[in-house]
Ligand binder design. Structure first.
Ligand code: ADP
Length: 402
């Protein structure tokens, strides 16, 4: 039976959506609202070959949801709202409570809001998005898909920080990891391409935010983001792992508050902070090609860190069968992939230059022991699949044997 499923990703001033016909996995419409709450939001809707763009006076997610659903009706993309039987919401933080995607009832919504203590910018906004669609589509099942839940399989030694244990007990300070929906999607796609699930995969999600994940037999066993998405790799504007003693030092010498330090590490560091040019990898690559030293330095720092994590994660899994590159940089930059894989020949990771430049699906040399693959991520589709799996799968009849 065909279901129409909406995948929703609510940001603080944006709302992205994609309407799927499932299980055929056909996109019926997709688009986004930007600059919500500024008085003039930008609305973009694509359906088939058509594209609509408009500035609309919308203040919040509720109004955006109303506007979207009215537009879908008016343009005939859906005949009635009753046709939409599931809405999947990307939720930033599921803490230790959500170990998988989950149907959102009142208790689950309370839990998402409570977890706002760990993700103050994202979870309250995600909850707002959930309420907005629930009001207009009360018949549709709502499912939360959490950036963290895929990593709940990481073991205790992997997720604890070597701080006094009570910080974990009292405040839940531990590694949670993020980008789980993307890592899971590409790992499943890879298993599908190769027709086997018993794979040791190192997945490199390299976009504006970036993280690496070790996936053993479909389960996350290590990931580079931590208590927050600031940890791990160097990113577009985030510093990733640094010596924590730098913080009180800057605080004292450059007179910065804790909030200002967070702002610097989240928004003024990474590729932008080192290069002084841009957080956009394409700008850094072209500046480096024209001889800009700090751009070249930023790229070397970026790729060195990814390579070091790949080496570390091969030890976590006692080897590696596949390295996956995904997201904006991972999917599009042959140069970054080449640099990341440099010096990894001893692990069996050897790129074929031509296949890499062509962005072929498999880019390893003939006969190399480790496969290297470029797989476009699709978090929206993963969300729609999870709505089908946890929200709309027929309830299993209990088999009485005997
Ligand atoms: P987000 O985390 O915002 O979803 P994306 O996955 O869209 O980010 O990735 C955005 C990044 O991908 C930007 O830094 C952009 O410069 C980079 N990117 C896209 N195409 C290329 C390319 N051909 N070469 C290098 N970087 C690229």
């Amino acid at each position: 039976m065909t279901h129409l499923i909406m995948a929703v990703n609510s940001g603080s001033s944006s709302l992205k959506f994609e309407l799927f016909s499932m299980p055929e996995e056909i996109t019926l419409a997709k688009g986004l609202f930007e600059r919500l709450g500024t008085g003039s939001a930008a609305f973009t809707l694509r359906a088939g070959a058509g594209k609509q763009q408009a500035n609309v006076a919308l203040d919040n997610h509720q109004q955006a949801a109303e506007h979207l659903l009215d537009t879908l009706l008016q343009s005939g993309i859906v005949a009635s709202l009753a046709q939409i039987d599931g809405v999947g919401h990307r939720v930033a933080h599921g803490g230790e409570f959500f170990k998988d995607s989950a149907v959102i009832d009142d208790a689950a919504l309370d839990e998402i809001e409570r977890l706002g203590a760990l993700a103050p910018i994202h979870n309250p906004v995600n909850a707002r998005g959930i309420r907005a669609f629930q009001r207009r589509l009360p018949h549709a099942v709502a499912v939360g898909v959490f950036d963290t839940s895929f990593h709940q399989t990481i073991n205790e030694a992997g997720y604890l920080y070597p701080l006094p244990y009570r910080y974990y007990q009292d405040y839940g300070i531990r590694r949670y990891g993020f980008h789980g929906t993307s890592h899971k999607y590409v790992a499943e796609a890879c298993a599908g391409l190769l027709g086997r699930r018993d794979l040791r995969i190192i997945s490199c999600h390299l976009g504006n935010g970036a993280s690496v994940c070790a996936i053993d037999g479909g389960r996350s066993v290590a990931t580079s983001m931590g208590f927050t998405p600031l940890a791990g790799l160097m990113m577009g504007t985030r510093c990733g792992d640094i010596d924590p003693s730098i913080l009180p030092f800057i605080s004292e010498h450059d007179h910065k508050s804790a909030q200002q330090l967070l702002e610097i590490m989240n928004n003024a560091s990474g590729l932008l902070g080192v290069s002084g040019i841009s957080n956009d990898c394409r700008d850094i690559v072209s500046a480096a090609e024209s001889g800009n030293h700090r751009a070249a330095l930023a790229l070397a720092m970026f790729t060195d860190r990814i390579r070091a994590v790949i080496g570390a994660y091969a030890t976590v899994m006692d080897g590696v069968d596949v390295v996956i590159f995904t997201a904006g940089i991972g999917e599009n930059s042959a140069g970054i992939r080449r640099e990341v894989c440099r010096n990894l020949g001893f692990l069996g990771i050897r790129l074929d230059d031509n296949k890499n430049k062509r962005h072929a699906t498999f880019i390893q040399q003939e006969g190399a022991p480790v496969m290297v693959t470029v797989i476009p991520t699709n978090e929206e589709l993963m969300i729609a699949r999870d709505v089908m799996r946890v929200g709309l799968a027929p309830t299993q009849e209990v088999q009485h044997v005997g």
